[in-house]
Design a protein around this ligand. Structure first.
Ligand SMILES: NC(=O)c1ccc[n+]([C@@H]2O[C@H](COP(=O)([O-])OP(=O)(O)OC[C@H]3O[C@@H](n4cnc5c(N)ncnc54)[C@H](O)[C@@H]3O)[C@@H](O)[C@H]2O)c1
Length: 300
């Protein structure tokens, strides 16, 4: 099925749309047998090749959903697929190459998803970057690139997800993965602070626009998650160590100590929050922001 564009539909496509019984088609296209909170759901997760996107994709697959693994880096997304299949041989997965900043690429990824699974219930926007510079040293191209990926990317993915969900008439869930930096600014992080705050506010507006279609939109704000993240690469850890006058190996314990619970946040903790928000258990929750940071930031 092709999304958008100015080309008119062929007869075959018109027949498909007219006779599309979404539930019947979905049953045929996605036959995931895993029991869980998201059984029979179909999800798209961006940034699924690494870090939090990967953990979220694994969690959502374990919760019973068929998952499209969206990432610009297909090799990394294939690794996520292999990791999930090792744990869950019956998982229903699709690697969907996708540059979230490019409208055509986004549409192509959803076309692949529709061909394989026949529908969409859940979008998790997680593909993001965090170039850390002081504002006086910030190269403007890094600023623009962050706006493109973290804001335009989230918007394009949500735009085409909403079109499918509206056509299906079965509701849906969109989660923007923001950050505690979207609520409380972090130092030397201008593009990240601005875009992560913007993601929360876009989600609130979308919740208002899409609520009458039964589509819920929420944000999740993780604290620092080191596990598997390319943002927390050895170079960035060195920068942090220098900033705090500590050794690189002391950086993770330093951040853990900042939390009220004194716990290191794992990818699974973020996945669990998203699974809850995307499930029927959260059927009356929309336009909200869930902070998952072991108590580091109090929402004001
Ligand atoms: N790790 C943390 O401490 C932390 C904390 C709070 C929020 N987050 C959020 O989690 C998300 C992921 O962070 P991470 O630490 O896992 O990062 P990461 O760098 O490990 O993973 C990001 C993934 O996004 C993909 N990606 C980048 N540009 C893309 C594009 N244009 N199109 C499609 N895919 C693209 C990358 O290929 C990569 O697989 C980000 O939105 C970040 O803001 C992370």
């Amino acid at each position: 099925m092709s999304m958008g564009g100015i080309k008119s539909l062929t007869k075959r496509e018109t027949d498909f749309v007219n006779n599309w019984e979404s539930e019947a088609f979905r049953q045929k296209a996605s036959g995931c047998s895993i029991e869980g909170l998201l059984k029979d759901k179909i999800a798209m997760v961006t940034g699924a090749g690494s870090g939090l996107g990967r953990s979220i994709a694994i969690g959502i697959a374990k919760a019973g959903a068929a998952v499209a693994l969206g990432d610009i880096d297909t090799t990394a997304a294939e690794q996520t697929k292999a990791e999930i299949l090792k744990q869950l041989p019956s998982a229903e997965l699709l690697v969907a190459q996708c540059n979230v900043t490019n409208e055509q690429s986004v549409q192509n990824a959803y076309n692949l998803l529709m061909d394989k699974f026949g529908g969409l219930d859940i979008l998790v926007n997680a593909a993001g970057i965090a170039p850390a510079f002081s504002m006086v040293d910030l190269p403007v191209d890094k600023w623009r690139m962050t706006l493109e990926i973290n804001l335009t990317g989230y918007l394009l993915m949500a735009k085409y997800a909403a079109k499918i969900m509206i056509a299906q008439k079965m509701g849906g869930s969109i989660v923007n993965l923001s950050s505690k930096s979207g609520l409380e600014a972090s130092k030397n992080n201008t593009p990240y602070n601005a875009t992560k705050a913007g993601e929360i506010h876009m989600a609130r507006g979308w919740a208002m626009e899409l609520g009458n279609h039964g589509i819920r939109v929420n944000s999740v704000c993780p604290g620092n998650v080191f596990e598997g993240s390319k943002i927390w690469n050895p170079e960035y850890i060195k920068v942090c160590a220098k900033k705090y006058g500590i050794k690189p190996e002391e950086v993770i314990p330093y951040y853990v100590k900042k939390t009220i619970l004194g716990l290191e946040i794992k990818g699974q903790d973020i996945a669990d929050a998203i699974i809850f928000l995307s499930s029927e258990k959260a059927r009356v929750i929309t336009g909200q922001t869930l902070v998952v940071d072991a108590g580091q930031v109090m929402v004001r």
